[in-house]
Unconditional design. Structure first.
Length: 274
């Protein structure tokens, strides 16, 4: 299921084309062998689900700081070729985890970016448009702790299969919804984290009321994540009022990474989200 009737469709077309090329270059069996080299003596992957989930559940409101060079709605955000310095600064600024855009054509990312920021020593989400199992295996090889799945572009059986494979590979799943219909299907999969995105995928406009309406419907056994539209202290407060455990913040921090340390210091001082 890759046709959504939204502005995501050209992006999904690019993702599918590049995926097919990578599958030809490196068959799945070879990719699986590489995952085996990342397994510890106890049989679990060295990085993974527990690391990501616990980082977002500890203490007050957590911030997942995003690295992306391009926004499809706003254009170029950064000309950085190496994202390690930014990721390290995010870590120093108090981020709980990193979100790394790995989609190439519309966000300017790559799997190499995911590997490059390992030295920042934060849990890492592979943020991409994951369409089949190959991309989940890729995430594991590249050292991700979590993957993003989007209810808008995956059917129920795909969501279940990819969620199960992620669990097998010790990867957390952040399952993203944009409306009540998607949220219902997301919850049925029992992911580790449930994200509600404030962005309207037909217009790319942001309405945070979507988060305020839907996120409180998510049970507290899931990590609840507010996505898109958080660019101020007021936005953080609104996210907490909507029962968010974490916010995923991209554009605002790409434009001004210094915002992060001010936010995290104040979150700690005021106990926001506790």
């Amino acid at each position: 299921m890759t046709e959504t009737g939204t502005r995501l469709d050209p992006i999904l077309g690019s993702v599918r084309s590049r995926l097919e090329a990578r599958q030809t270059e490196k068959p799945l069996v070879s990719l699986r062998a590489e995952v085996g080299r990342n397994v510890g003596s106890d049989g679990d992957t060295i990085r993974g689900r527990e690391r990501f989930v616990s980082a977002l559940k500890e203490g007050p409101l957590s911030i997942i700081a995003e690295c992306k060079r391009i926004s499809p709605s706003l254009g170029p955000l950064s000309g950085e070729s190496d994202l390690l310095e930014r990721a390290t600064n995010y870590a120093k600024g108090g981020a709980s985890a990193l979100s790394i855009l790995t989609e190439e054509d519309h966000f300017g990312g790559s799997l190499e970016d995911l590997q490059r920021v390992e030295a920042a020593n934060l849990p890492k989400l592979r943020k991409d448009f994951i369409l089949d199992e190959y991309m989940v295996w890729e995430a594991a090889v590249a050292g991700a702790d979590a993957i993003l799945l989007l209810a808008v572009c995956l059917g129920d059986s795909q969501l279940s299969e990819l969620r199960a494979l992620a669990a097998e590979l010790n990867l957390a799943v952040l399952l993203e919804a944009h409306n009540a219909y998607e949220l219902e299907h997301a919850l049925a999969v029992e992911p580790d984290c449930v994200g509600v995105n404030a962005r309207d995928l037909t217009t790319f406009e942001i309405d945070f009321k979507t988060v305020e309406k839907l996120l409180p419907q998510v049970d507290s056994r899931f990590v609840r994540v507010a996505e898109s539209g958080v660019d101020s202290w007021e936005g953080l407060e609104r996210a907490v009022a909507a029962k968010a455990d974490a916010v995923l913040c991209g554009t605002a921090l790409m434009r001004d990474s210094s915002l992060l340390s001010g936010w995290t210091s104040r979150i700690a001082e005021e106990g926001l989200g506790v």
